[in-house]
Design a protein around this ligand. Structure first.
Ligand code: PHE
Length: 467
């Protein structure tokens, strides 16, 4: 069933792989979502919980996905099938279900992700003065998000950017692009940090991010933090399995996994630091919700020295981040079509790209309404499909892989490796699945974690509005 693996492609270097995987992880989740959910959930305490989720659920799953890809050497479905073969029907059924769920999740996420990324393109061109904007950022935002035509146009452009890279190949396309996008993104963030260091607000911003006030934490916030840990690390839909399958040896799996998670976390915190510095220096509210980067920030930029330049840099940052993530979402689907159905990469990229583009058009319609296709897709994929996929991968990796496959990535770490391997085994078998299950049950309303009294001074949250 599996297509030939000789023409699958491979990353040319370890650095290229880490850039691609970190490029997948660092995306709208870091620059758009992390700051606004941190703002809504009161800052420091939420950040601490989020860091704990990355460590307890994110890192173990990251390792699980990478090792499945490296040992399996194929797309999500193919890799899982190979590694669980000795479990017969159970392994086969779990592999099929997990594999198809992963591909569907990637497909659906990219269809709406591309629409949101398209808005960033719009803002970039408005900031450059190429495309007319509204009087205020809010007007620009409703102008693009509330218009099917504009949203569809930018969504089309973004999909072409993504398909164009994936069609070229793993090394010449994905690796080539991410090796440039990631350092550029980092450089822009450093520049912006220096800028807010000079223009003010950085101190207040860092206090907001790092000084925990546990009164502001609710059960809901904990769930939100855990759910976001999946999304931001690109876990639960086979992106890391797929990228992991393009690297030859298991030697550096642990180190690479830590690097990917570390880069993702550091970049999210840097983006948060910049954004809240701007917010505080202009006396705005941190809890502005999903409109934070599109509605609040652009107006604040306008009031700052060199505002146009800052706005251009910021939206470029957002686009670079989204682009490398979009690439990985498409790659999961393309690798599946190539490895399982035997289609050439270019054909697979074009076909999948077209189907995702079509689905995205539905998301572009009524994108700002709470019950529109975009909102529903966002909700279903991040709340249920990613955690569900993560749970299945954890169970497969923890219980169905052979000990040799499971622990392969720790082998090169000597005595420490053996210790880490046993800690990881306990986490992936029990702790990670239990925490994921808790989140899913809570989201379904079966377990109630949200009975804590809401924080008194959460008037800020009331400001949340999708215009
Ligand atoms: N991690 C990406 C982000 O933070 C989103 C993503 C999810 C990408 C799942 C690939 C797979 O924006």
């Amino acid at each position: 069933m599996s297509g030939s693996t000789s023409d699958r492609g491979a990353f040319g270097s370890q650095f290229g792989f880490v850039m691609a995987a970190a490029g997948s992880a660092v995306g709208l989740g870091n620059i758009w979502k992390f700051p606004y959910i941190t703002g809504e959930n009161g800052g420091g305490a939420f950040v601490l919980v989020y860091l704990a989720c990355i460590a307890l659920v994110g890192l173990p799953l990251m390792y699980a996905e990478l090792i499945v890809g490296r040992r399996g050497g194929s797309d999500v479905l193919g890799s899982l099938r190979k590694l669980t073969a000795e479990h017969g029907a159970l392994g086969n059924a779990l592999s099929w279900f997990t594999g198809l769920l992963a591909v569907t999740t990637g497909f659906l996420i990219l269809s709406f992700y591309s629409v949101v990324a398209g808005w960033a393109l719009h803002f970039l061109f408005v900031s450059l003065g190429v495309v007319p904007g509204g009087e205020t950022a809010a007007a620009t935002f409703t102008g693009v998000g509330g218009s099917f035509g504009w949203s569809a146009l930018w969504h089309t452009v973004f999909m072409l950017m993504v398909v164009g890279v994936v069609a070229v190949g793993v090394q010449g396309g994905i690796e080539w692009a991410c090796k440039r996008l990631m350092p550029a993104l980092f450089a822009i963030l450093v520049l912006l940090l220096v800028y807010v260091g000079v223009t003010g607000g950085l101190g207040e911003s860092l206090t907001f991010l790092f000084k925990p006030d546990f009164h502001k934490l609710t059960g809901e916030s904990v769930l939100e933090a855990l759910g976001h840990a999946f999304f931001t690390l690109s876990l639960g839909m086979g992106a890391m399995v797929t990228y992991g399958s393009y690297v030859g040896s298991d030697r550096h799996v642990v180190r690479d996994g830590v690097w990917i998670a570390l880069l993702d976390t550091v970049l999210a915190l840097m983006a948060g630091a910049v954004i809240f510095a701007v917010v505080f220096s202009q006396g705005a509210e941190p809890g502005a919700g999903p409109g934070l980067v599109f509605v609040t920030l652009p107006d604040l930029f306008a009031g700052m020295p060199g505002g146009t330049f800052v706005a251009v840099a910021f939206f470029l940052l957002l686009i670079f981040a989204a682009w490398s993530s979009g690439i990985s979402l498409l790659e999961v689907c393309v690798a599946w079509m190539h490895d399982q159905l035997g289609l050439p990469r270019r054909v697979a990229a074009a076909m999948m790209g077209f189907a995702i583009w079509l689905t995205g058009l539905a998301a572009a319609n009524g994108a700002l309404t709470d019950d529109g296709v975009l909102a529903v897709l966002d909700d279903v994929t991040t709340r249920y499909m990613l955690p569900g996929g993560g749970l299945l991968v954890a169970l497969a990796a923890g219980w169905l892989l052979t000990k040799e496959d499971r622990e392969a990535g720790f082998a090169s770490l000597g005595l420490w490796g053996a210790r880490l391997a046993s800690v990881w085994t306990v986490l992936i078998r029990f702790v990670t699945p239990a925490l994921i299950l808790l989140v899913v049950l809570a989201k379904l309303g079966i377990v109630d974690l949200s009975s804590d009294p809401p924080a008194e001074d959460d008037a800020a949250a009331a400001l949340e509005s999708r215009p």
